[in-house]
Design a protein around this ligand. Structure first.
Ligand code: PMP
Length: 277
């Protein structure tokens, strides 16, 4: 098996050699948060924003993480991997219980775990399924508790789809592992942030860059009808970049592939963040 550089509770080793307790609260309760930090051409994309979001997730769970140590570990993983393009997965759990109990004891030590793998951004056209958002009311926390996303995305896979676009009572929220953007001929639209949406870093840096380039961006509440009228739709994430939606099953859409506005936004993003990747 190929070596994957990893770190568990600050000890570096091969991912496949790490042993964890089944009483880790990450395992029994998903009592844990995580980040996915991409790097391209040896440059980390929006590192500070990822660390800040991890801090917010930890604060939401009252996890007292040593951010200096975490930052050093993430940098060290990238450095020892010798990779130019990839991402670090980093997870923070409340710790390991003596026995499974919903209510955690006061003396738990935080448990951290990370690894680095190669990943190259590729141009993708995604087939997407529209579905009800089954999730809880704090999707703004980047928790490892992703059962709603997982059930929906795997149902979508049965229909030969790569992703989902979710809605709560007809109001669009986000993708299963991405944020949603759509356009008419000249304006870019995306659901505004709320407790039902993860504040995606790709979403944030894309909005900043395209606004700077003079493109109008509207963040608001949108519904399925708005999506029907879209000329182009794309999904954003730290591993996808901007991925075009080619079709939505069970929804009548008339999407123009390689829409000029998509191409312009994608070029702005690639030029700024992906270097020559
Ligand atoms: N929403 C969800 C539910 C996600 O899982 C992700 C990717 N982790 C995103 C949005 C996009 O966030 P980011 O751009 O920070 O990767």
């Amino acid at each position: 098996m190929e070596k994957i550089h990893a770190v568990y509770n600050s000890r570096f080793s091969n991912l496949h050699e790490i042993k964890i307790s089944p009483l880790s609260r990450a395992y029994t309760f998903s009592d844990s948060v995580y980040e996915v930090i991409p790097f391209s051409n040896s440059e980390i994309i929006a590192f500070d924003k990822h660390i800040l979001r991890l801090e917010k997730s930890c604060n939401a769970l009252d996890l007292l993480l040593d951010f200096k140590k975490t930052t050093k570990e993430i940098l060290e993983l990238i450095s020892i991997s010798n990779l130019k393009n990839g991402y670090v997965y980093y997870q923070v759990s409340r710790g390991v219980d003596d026995i499974r109990s919903h209510i955690f004891s006061d003396n738990l030590s935080i448990e951290t775990f990370g690894y680095v793998v190669e990943h190259v951004f590729k141009s993708q056209k995604l087939k997407v399924m529209l579905c009800k958002d089954l999730r809880w009311h704090r999707c703004d926390i980047k928790s490892t508790s992703l059962l709603g996303n997982i059930l929906s995305m795997n149902n979508a896979k049965k229909k030969d789809c790569d992703e989902v676009i979710m809605h709560k009572d007809n109001i669009l929220t986000e993708g299963g592992a991405s944020n949603v953007f759509f356009t008419d001929s000249k304006t870019v639209f995306t659901p505004s942030l709320s407790k039902n949406i993860l504040p995606g870093i790709t979403r944030e840096i894309l909005i900043n860059e395209i606004k700077d380039a003079g493109i109008e961006v509207v963040e608001d509440e949108f519904n399925i009808n708005d999506l029907k009228k879209a000329e182009s739709i794309w999904l954003t994430s730290s591993t996808k970049g901007l991925a075009q939606v080619s079709d939505i099953v069970d929804l009548e859409v008339d999407l123009k592939e390689d829409h000029p506005l998509y191409l312009r936004c994608n070029k702005i993003f690639k030029d700024k963040f992906l270097g020559s990747c």
